[in-house]
Ligand binder design. Structure first.
Ligand SMILES: [Zn+2]
Ligand SMILES: [Zn+2]
Length: 359
């Protein structure tokens, strides 16, 4: 019993530090009694800013400026942000609205706030001051923008000599085969359309692509922010790092039921982040995998025409594919899933762990 108690205490202590990711095979595996517990998202306070516009001073605007700074819409500044809705913020809001196909009013109207609140990829929409999305591209006279795939500045890609890439998982995450299989499937979505192949390696240090779940500050200057907010990020070639927020409630099965305020489909996020690993930036095409936001409870795993066109500019087509029988574009599996607080989930895991130790 003494050893069990020590082990239990150790598990509590270590779990708060390493923030083990929470996985559920599907919604029905989450205890119904815990479903009503929904943790507030990282950006919920932006709801209070709905209707704000140039010239106003409202508490919370400084946090919104940080948000726009993080995603590249406001450049580097030498001092802390104020709560003034100034010209820089108005320009940022306008560019954001252009990128997300909203009316470019520069005001925080309801539809803009709704979009801002959506969980999203942590990779910036505007890198080094140049937008890779709509706001950086010429709009036609009719107001319709030329919206399509983009690349990182300098168009980094894996060289021609590196078409067979290896990937490995952060050993400390101790991921199960079920979780690893999600990534296998996600990689297959890209290899289907390109000459690239992806093979799992047991050697994390030498793998081309390194995948890991981390919480908060994890050493690369791109801190995660708890439930919702940013979900994951990945670095352009040849860095090969794909990081996911361990504080999310990740669903790994492909069956999503209805109603899911905070459960995220792991494969949907993995397919998007692999796009970054291969050199794709964000796209303003809402159906595209490379669109920056994804709503909770949504499953979106199939490449759109925009994604395929972008990746084939970088790598060419799959020499083994039969173009007449290839998969159709634009099909989406969309549905919802139930959720629960990640904190409560962690408590369940610990309780199960204690039971096992006692037994
Ligand atoms: Zn992204
Ligand atoms: Zn990271």
């Amino acid at each position: 019993m003494k050893i069990a108690a020590v082990l239990f205490l150790f598990s509590v202590f270590s779990s708060s530090i390493t923030a083990f990711p929470h996985f559920f095979p599907n919604v029905s595996s989450i205890p119904p009694s815990l479903l009503p517990n929904i943790t507030a998202g990282a950006w919920d306070s932006f709801n209070n800013l709905s209707g704000c516009h140039l010239g106003q001073k409202v508490p919370g605007i400084s946090k919104l400026k940080n948000y726009f700074h993080y995603f590249g819409y406001i450049g580097n500044i030498s001092k802390n942000f104020t709560d003034d809705y100034d010209d820089a913020l108005e320009t940022a809001v306008k560019n954001y609205q252009l990128n997300f196909n909203l009316n470019a009013t520069g005001e925080l109207d309801e539809s803009t706030v709704k979009q801002i609140l959506k969980p999203r990829c942590g990779v910036a929409d505007i890198v080094n001051g140049s937008s890779t999305m709509n706001s950086g591209k010429a709009a036609s006279m009719t107001g319709h923008t030329v919206a399509h795939y983009s690349f990182f500045p300098g168009t980094p890609r894996w060289p021609r000599s590196r078409r067979d890439l290896t990937y490995a998982f952060e050993p400390r995450n101790q991921l199960t085969d079920d979780v690893k299989r999600v990534f296998t499937n996600a990689f297959a979505r890209w290899s289907e359309w390109t000459p690239l192949t992806f093979t799992e390696s047991n050697n994390y240090n030498t793998a081309d692509l390194k995948i890991g779940f981390y919480g908060g500050n994890h050493g690369d200057g791109e801190d995660f922010d708890g439930v919702l907010g940013t979900l994951a990020h990945a670095f352009a070639p040849p860095r090969g790092l794909l990081h996911l927020d361990s504080d999310e409630t990740w669903i790994i099965d492909d069956v999503f039921a209805s109603g899911s305020p905070s459960a995220m489909d792991l494969e949907s996020v993995a397919v998007h982040e692999i796009g970054h690993l291969l050199g794709l930036g964000h796209s303003s095409v809402e159906d595209a995998i490379m669109f920056p936001t994804i709503s909770s409870g949504i499953r979106k795993v199939e490449l759109a025409r925009d994604d395929v066109e972008g990746i084939q500019v970088l790598y060419g087509t799959n020499p083994d594919s039969n173009s007449t029988t290839g998969p159709s574009f634009g099909e989406r599996e969309m549905s919802g899933a139930h959720v629960m607080s990640s904190v409560v989930v962690q408590i369940i895991f610990l309780a199960v762990g204690l039971t096992l130790f006692v037994l």
